[in-house]
Design a protein around this ligand. Structure first.
Ligand code: GTP
Ligand code: MG
Length: 370
């Protein structure tokens, strides 16, 4: 926040880090790759490459955030929580995701062919919950590094026969950095040698203290394999969601984040989006990352064609003229002309940044990456 280091500046300018370090040395600044630079040093280096640093804060017309109007609080309505499952290798993340999906989705939606669109929704106690099924770490690292925050609640899966492991700690750190509440799922309690108490004990060292022990962290014991404890987990998720007061305005143009995207032989660019605010409709003019288009068709997580989807809903769309990246933001515009203009502006800027020549790099821009 508010600073940029040598390596990041090098990347932004499309130069080798060593080259920047040498230039800095020449200018009398001794710096290492991870060292933060002050404004003077940034300007000196950019000057060396003929790159203008714009200090004045001006409206960046290529920044999608510029086009998202703030909501009137009165228009906000409750929305489903978006949940990510994290944890150490083999502790049961995939089994848990499958188990939740199998026990819950089929109830009212029998016959639906499940699609892997990077996320799915289930219903519990009449309320919806959205699960991202991209590996939790990837969701956090790649998306957050692109400035996207998609998760409301993190489920930390810890196998009761294995305990806290390196990636457990990594997951805790990611969730804490993102300020996302953690629910601990102590998994594999059916296994011989399972020791849930030990897991709880070990997690106290990472400030995850069960309510029974005077802390604030919710622990749920389960067997993802046998489908035991799934209802408890969903109940706790809804409880945390209520405390978080998650809200959105369904009556506006949509915006959100790309969960996944690829090029399909028959359908062209296919992108899985998570609608975070507003309602996304077929026909909507849309800018997604550095690409744009009109939403041609939408398919939900059950493989069904849908015409419109509201907040916290994952959906797969076609109609974009290129393939965006996971973590890219999307914004719907009133008319196609505006979407095209902004999309083209963003493409142009991307090209300029890639070329690195004479590109105007604003300080705001530099800071945006951090
Ligand atoms: P990675 O994706 O490789 O990180 O693993 P994961 O966390 O997704 O674990 P996965 O769901 O693949 O489960 C790993 C192994 O543990 C599999 O053989 C599962 O069948 C088994 N397993 C998962 N949950 C349970 C459980 O509740 N009880 C028992 N006994 N085995 C489980
Ligand atoms: Mg897995």
């Amino acid at each position: 926040s508010g600073s940029i280091n040598v390596g990041e500046l090098a990347e932004k300018l499309n130069k080798e880090t060593n080259e920047i370090i040498k230039k800095l040395m020449f200018l009398g600044v001794m710096a290492t790759k991870n060292q933060d630079l002050d404004t003077d040093a940034i300007e000196l280096i950019c000057g060396e490459y003929g790159v203008e640093v714009e200090q004045e804060i001006e409206i960046d017309k290529t920044d999608l955030a510029t086009y998202i109007e703030e909501d009137d609080q009165k228009k906000l309505k409750e929305r489903p929580p978006v949940v990510t499952i994290m944890g150490h290798v083999d502790h049961g993340k995939t089994t848990l995701l499958d188990s939740i999906r199998n026990t819950k989705v089929t109830e009212g939606e029998a016959g639906g062919i499940t699609q892997h669109i990077g996320a799915y929704q289930v219903e519990a106690n009449g309320k919806k919950v959205t699960f991202l099924d991209t590996p939790g770490h990837a969701a956090f690292t790649s998306m957050r590094s692109r400035g996207a925050q998609v998760t409301d609640i993190a489920i930390l899966v810890v196998a009761a026969d294995d305990g806290v492991m390196p990636q457990t700690i990594e997951a805790i750190n990611h969730a804490k950095a993102a300020e996302v509440p953690i629910i601990v799922a102590v998994n594999k309690i059916d296994k011989e040698g399972a020791n849930p108490d030990r897991v709880m004990q070990e997690l106290t060292e990472h400030e995850l203290i069960p309510e029974d022990w005077g802390g604030e962290t919710i622990f749920v014991q389960l067997s993802a394999l046998k489908g035991e404890g799934i209802d408890d987990l969903l109940e706790m998720i809804l409880l945390v969601a209520e405390v978080e007061e998650l809200k959105a305005n369904p009556n506006r143009l949509a915006n959100g984040t790309v969960i996944d995207a690829q090029l399909d032989k028959g359908r062209g660019s296919v992108a899985s989006l998570l609608v975070q605010n507003g309602t996304l409709k077929v026909g909507d003019p849309i800018v997604v990352g550095n690409t744009f288009g009109r939403v041609r068709a939408m398919v939900n997580d059950l493989g069904k064609r849908v015409k419109s989807v509201g907040p916290s809903t994952p959906v797969e769309i076609t109609g974009l003229n290129d393939v965006p990246l996971a973590g890219d933001r999307f914004v719907v515009f009133k008319d196609e002309k505006t979407a095209r203009q902004i999309g083209e502006m963003r493409q142009q800027k991307e090209l300029e940044v890639k070329r690195g020549d004479k590109a105007k790099v604003s300080l705001e821009d530099l800071f945006e990456r951090i």
